[in-house]
Every structure is written in C-alpha cells, then in structure tokens.
Design a protein around this ligand. Structure first.
Ligand SMILES: NC(=O)c1ccc[n+]([C@@H]2O[C@H](COP(=O)([O-])OP(=O)(O)OC[C@H]3O[C@@H](n4cnc5c(N)ncnc54)[C@H](OP(=O)(O)O)[C@@H]3O)[C@@H](O)[C@H]2O)c1
Length: 249
C-alpha cells in the first residue's frame, strides 16, 4: 500500500506496545494517518514513535473510566476515523480446571469488556467520520483449541461484538470488522504452558502480516464492509486442521 493512503485520517490503536498492535500503529503512521497509540507500557511505544509522529498514551483497557476519558479526549481534538483494538492477553494457567473466578474476570475485562468500553466511547466520533472499528479477535474464538476456555470465550465474544455493532451501525456508515488470526509469532506465545518451538514460530504469521490486513480494511472505500477476516499461516493451520501441534514438513 502506497504511503499516504491514510493521510488525513486519525487512527487510535489500543494495545500498541508489542506484536500486532505495534506493527499496526507503525504501518498506519507510515501510511500517513495521525496515530494515537495506547498500552500500559507507554514507554515501549515511545521508542521509535517520535520520528513517525505517533502520539503515545498510557492506558489499561480494562479501566472503563480511563478508556472513556482518553477516547473522548482524542475524539474531541482529532476525531476518530479508525479504532483498532489489538490489546489482549492470555496466561499459562489456562486449563478449565485451573481457572478461578478472579482469572476469568481478568481475561474477560481485558480481552472483551475493554473492547466494548473503547468502541462505545468512540461511537459518536465514528458516526461523524463514518469510521471503521477493527477488533483483533482470534481463530480461537471460532473453533476449539488449547488456548483455554476463558480466552476462547473472550475471543468469541469479540467476534459477536463486532458483528452486532456492524449490524446496528451500518446504516450510520460505521463498519466494525473482526480479524481472526491464527498463530502469530509475538511475545504472547511465551505465556503458553509450553511455548512453541522455533520451527513453529518460524512458520507462523508475522505481526506485520496482520497489520497489512488491518491496513487493507482501513483503506477500503467506505461503502465496502468486511465483517470478518481470517488469516492463518499456510503451512501450519487450515480450516479443518486447526491444531499446530505438528511442525511443518
Ligand atoms: N500471537 C498470536 O498467536 C495471536 C493469534 C490470534 C490472536 N491474537 C491476538 O492478537 C492481539 C495482539 O496480541 P499479540 O500477539 O500482538 O501479543 P503481544 O505482543 O503480547 O501484544 C499484546 C498487546 O496487548 C496489550 N495489552 C495487554 N493487556 C493490556 C491492558 N490491560 N491494557 C492495554 N493494553 C494491553 C499489550 O500492551 P501492554 O502490556 O503494554 O499493556 C501489548 O501491546 C491479542 O488480542 C491476541 O489475543 C494473537
């Protein structure tokens, strides 16, 4: 995508300090968008943000008041054309028998409620701009796998949040897309009970692959709406072959 394809647009990326979010914020800025990038580790986003003109914010997406306040501040000052939410987490103790009410609530509040807070707070600005929401869900929200019931429930919820917002808001010109990546080589994999071996990581999607999908969505004409986009690593996953237990040959 040529530089300048997002010029004049304001993008908010929450979960922009690492992996998919960092790549997306960077790609959007390189495409000419004014990018507001947020995460708890603001200092990490700041490395390299300055020369790209990325505005950085410290934000815990599970803090409803903080999400609302920041979203309104950005919306009032710059408007919001694109809201991308890659913020997400998983923890090693993910088997059903290991889950506690506290762990469940933590997962849902970060991976699902946080997305709701941000999209809801951004709605007036998205209606004004006839804007786009991109929720980074996962194939784990679509089919059973070993990522754990709390993570799977949160990601399935995110898909349906995207669909329902798209259903209600399409006549206002607001699009809400769910992106469902398969395995992506990012630090979140380090939290697996058994992190994948190098050959699996090497064959996995890269953060920039998913960022490119986000840029594709963001540069479609406003009359074209993609409710859901699935992207999986060719040699590892396929519809009907969802596990990556076997390294590629
Ligand atoms: N990697 C995969 O295989 C894969 C596959 C499918 C879907 N996904 C999804 O893709 C998204 C991005 O993950 P990633 O793979 O890029 O992992 P990552 O490198 O670990 O990045 C996760 C990002 O989420 C942010 N985050 C976590 N908790 C947050 C909170 N409470 N408030 C604000 N930001 C928070 C982190 O920032 P701070 O820690 O600085 O707050 C970080 O920027 C996640 O939703 C993940 O579930 C990943």
């Amino acid at each position: 995508m040529e530089n300048g394809s997002l010029s004049g647009k304001t993008a908010v990326v929450i979960g922009a300090s690492s992996g998919i979010g960092l790549s997306t914020a960077t790609l959007f800025a390189d495409a000419g968008a004014k990018v507001h990038a947020a995460a708890r580790r603001r200092e990490v986003i700041e490395e390299g943000a300055g020369e790209r003109g990325i505005f950085t914010h410290a934000l815990d997406i599970s803090d409803a008041d903080a999400v609302w306040k920041l979203t309104e501040e950005i919306g009032e000052s710059d408007g919001i054309d694109i809201l991308a939410i890659p913020a997400g987490m998983n923890f090693p103790e993910r088997r059903f028998e290991q889950l506690t009410a506290e762990k469940w609530d933590q997962m849902i509040s970060v991976n699902l409620s946080g997305a709701f807070y941000a999209v809801r707070a951004a709605l007036p600005y998205l209606r004004s701009s006839r804007g786009l929401v991109i929720l980074i869900s996962s194939v784990s929200g679509r089919w059973p796998d070993a990522s754990g019931p709390a993570y799977q429930a949160s990601k399935a919820g995110m898909i349906e949040l995207a669909h329902a917002v798209g259903f209600e808001e399409h006549t206002n010109g607001v699009r809400c897309s769910a992106v469902l990546p398969g395995i992506v080589d990012t630090p979140i994999l380090d939290n697996r009970p058994e992190p994948p071996p190098k050959e699996v990581r090497d064959a996995s999607l890269k953060p920039d692959d998913v960022a490119q999908a986000c840029l594709f969505l963001a540069t479609l004409p406003p009359h074209a709406y993609v409710p859901e986009l699935t992207m999986i690593p060719t040699q590892l996953q396929a519809l009907g072959k969802t596990s990556v237990a076997t390294p590629p040959t």
